[in-house]
Design a protein around this ligand. Structure first.
Ligand code: 5RP
Length: 238
C-alpha cells in the first residue's frame, strides 16, 4: 500500500471509529454511570460525551475510566468521573476491541488496559463494543495476538508456560524499549497462536496458571456490537 493510500485508509478507519462511538453514546441515558473504555475508539466516546455536555445534555452522567489514559482525557474535557468503589454496578460500559469474531467474542488489550477493561465490563449490566469494520475477523487470533498480563515476578516462567501452549510469545515493550508496564504494575506478553480453534478452552488454560493475571479474550461478554464501515453503521447482537 502506498503511503497516501495508507493514510487515507487510516483516516477512514478513524471516521468509522467515531461513527460507531457516537452511535453507542445514544444508549447513554441521563443519570447513568458508564464504563469508559481505552483506545482511540473509546476516546471518541469521551469526546462525544464532552460535546453533549457543552450542549447542556447528559450533565449528570458519570464515567468510570478503564485506564489512566482515559482518566486523563476525561478530566481534560471536563467529563465527571467516579469509581467502582462508589458504584460497584455500572449501567453500561462502552469500549473498543482489537478483533471481533462472528459470535462477538473479542481480543482486547492492544492498549494494555485489558485487566481494568475486563473488571469494568464485568461490573456493567451491558457491554457495548464499538469498532470499525477492519476489526471483524472470521476467527479470533487471525489478525491479532492475545495479550496476556503477567506479574513481573517469574514472568519468564509464564512465557515458557505460554510457549508450551503453542504460542509465539513477545514481551511488549514501551516507547523507550523497556518493558511496557500496565496501570496495575504488570507486564504484557503478546501471544500469537494464529487462528484459535477453541478460545474458551484456551481461556481456561490461561486462568489456571498463577502469575497470569488476566488475558485479552473477552468471551460471552458483548451485549451489543456497533460496527461502522463504508456501508454505514450496523448494530449486532450475540
Ligand atoms: C485497549 C483495548 C482497545 O479497546 C483496543 O486496543 C482497540 O483500540 P482502538 O480503538 O485504538 O483501535 O483493548 O486495551
Amino acid at each position: 500500500m502506498s503511503p497516501s493510500v495508507e493514510k487515507g485508509a487510516a483516516i477512514d478507519a478513524d471516521r468509522h471509529k467515531r461513527e460507531a462511538a457516537e452511535r453507542a453514546v445514544e444508549s447513554i441515558q441521563p443519570g447513568m454511570v458508564v464504563g469508559l473504555g481505552t483506545g482511540s475508539t473509546a476516546a471518541h466516546v469521551v469526546h462525544r460525551l464532552a460535546a453533549l455536555r457543552s450542549e447542556g445534555k447528559l450533565l449528570d452522567v458519570k464515567g468510570v475510566p478503564t485506564s489512566r489514559r482515559t482518566e486523563a482525557l476525561a478530566e481534560s474535557l471536563g467529563v465527571p468521573l467516579t469509581t467502582l468503589e462508589a458504584h460497584p454496578v455500572l449501567d453500561l460500559c462502552i469500549d473498543g476491541a482489537d478483533e471481533v469474531d462472528p459470535a462477538l467474542r473479542l481480543i482486547k488489550g492492544g492498549g494494555g488496559a485489558l485487566l481494568r477493561e475486563k473488571i469494568v465490563a464485568q461490573a456493567s449490566r451491558r457491554l457495548i463494543i464499538v469498532v470499525d469494520e477492519g476489526k471483524l475477523s472470521p476467527r479470533l487470533g487471525t489478525r491479532w495476538a492475545v495479550p496476556v498480563e503477567v506479574v513481573p515476578f517469574g514472568w519468564r516462567s509464564q512465557a515458557l508456560y505460554l510457549e508450551g501452549l503453542g504460542a509465539r510469545v513477545t514481551q511488549r515493550l514501551g516507547p523507550e524499549g523497556s518493558p511496557f508496564v500496565t496501570d496495575q504494575g504488570h507486564f504484557i506478553l503478546d501471544c500469537a497462536w494464529g487462528a484459535l480453534e477453541d478460545p474458551e478452552a484456551l481461556a481456561a488454560r490461561l486462568q489456571a496458571r498463577a502469575g497470569l493475571v488476566e488475558h485479552g479474550l473477552f468471551l460471552g461478554m458483548t451485549s451489543e456490537l456497533i460496527v461502522a464501515g463504508s456501508r454505514g453503521v450496523e448494530v449486532r447482537h450475540p
